[in-house]
Write a protein that binds this ligand. Structure first.
Ligand SMILES: NC(=O)C1=CN([C@@H]2O[C@H](COP(=O)(O)OP(=O)(O)OC[C@H]3O[C@@H](n4cnc5c(N)ncnc54)[C@H](O)[C@@H]3O)[C@@H](O)[C@H]2O)C=CC1
Ligand SMILES: O=C(O)C1=N[C@H](C(=O)O)C[C@H](O)C1
Length: 256
């Protein structure tokens, strides 16, 4: 479990501990100096080796769960694949090139893995519904809303939603071609003619709305993760299934 000191890592570590079919064999976090998970107040009584340097990790793990940070996840995933460990990656913010590299490495090493921008079933369904709607409504805006400690924006889920929509949407100029921004950035980030807006507020966890507009009508699709427990069903499915494959998938829907 990489990133076990964090919000998602600690939730996922607890999920692994609570699941009788899983065994937590090691934890890793660059922020930690602990030698054992049990030294963390939240995990008292757990005897699991803790590492804080990637190069010093020794483990017989079969699955590497990763909830770290955008600048760490690529090296972590490479480490896992090079050691025959199946990566289950929730960390967002990797470039398309990095993902392609990892997919090639997984194939070469014949190791299964998953990169999922969102393990929540509501988010997976939202992306599928949005893709379906975009065939009929090419005018679309994506609004993602997250807690204010989030590092990357737009969210991995929003980028993934935009990519799925772009696969089916008829490309078009959205809005007035002569529009100006009085304050730069007012119209949000641009992806293939679509706009993505990132909201950061305390009190939020993870939420997304996709708004479609047509002549005289509109459609809004929304999902909410009110609690990080919402991601755990998806992580559990991935941990159970990922060893059955010899390739690195992108998107939880590939394993559902
Ligand atoms: N795929 C999904 O369903 C979800 C993905 N996420 C993503 O998971 C990631 C983590 O999110 P949070 O838990 O909220 O962040 P967080 O900031 O609470 O946790 C990140 C952890 O990674 C550790 N870390 C930093 N650098 C590291 C390194 N080089 N090696 C190992 N550990 C390192 C930090 O010390 C921290 O404990 C983010 O990229 C976020 O977008 C978050 C929620 C759901
Ligand atoms: O940082 C988060 O919290 C989340 N990150 C993921 C993303 O960037 O899409 C998934 C979910 O939205 C929560």
């Amino acid at each position: 479990m990489a990133g076990y000191k964090g919000r998602m890592g600690s939730t996922a570590a607890q999920m692994v501990i609570d699941n009788p079919d899983f065994e937590l064999v090691g934890v890793f976090d660059a922020r930690s100096q602990e030698q054992n998970l049990g030294e963390d107040d939240r995990f008292k009584g757990q005897d699991v080796p803790a590492f804080h340097d990637l190069n010093l990790i020794k483990t017989d793990a079969t699955v590497w769960i990763d909830f770290t940070i955008p600048t760490a996840v690529y090296e972590n995933a490479k480490f896992a694949l090079n050691h025959g460990i199946s990566p289950v990656i929730g960390t967002t913010g990797m470039t398309d090139e990095q993902v392609k590299d990892l997919q090639a490495l997984a194939k070469e090493k014949k190791v299964g893995g998953l990169i999922a921008p969102n393990f929540g079933i509501s988010a997976v369904l939202l992306m599928q519904f949005a893709q379906q709607a975009a065939k009929y409504f090419p005018d679309v805006e994506i609004i993602e809303m997250h807690h204010d400690d989030k590092i990357d924006s737009p969210s991995g889920t929003a980028i993934s939603t935009a990519k799925k929509i772009a696969e089916v949407r008829q490309p078009k100029q959205q809005g007035n071609p002569d529009a100006t921004e009085t304050i730069p950035g007012a119209r949000g980030a641009e992806y293939e003619g679509m706009r993505i807006h990132a909201v950061r507020l305390p009190g939020l966890v993870a939420h997304e709305e996709v708004m479609f507009g047509g002549p005289g009508e509109g459609l809004t699709i929304r999902q909410d993760s009110f609690d990080r427990i919402s991601f755990m069903t998806g992580v559990k499915v991935a941990v159970e299934k990922v060893n059955q494959y010899h390739e690195l998938f992108v998107g939880l829907e590939n394993l559902l």
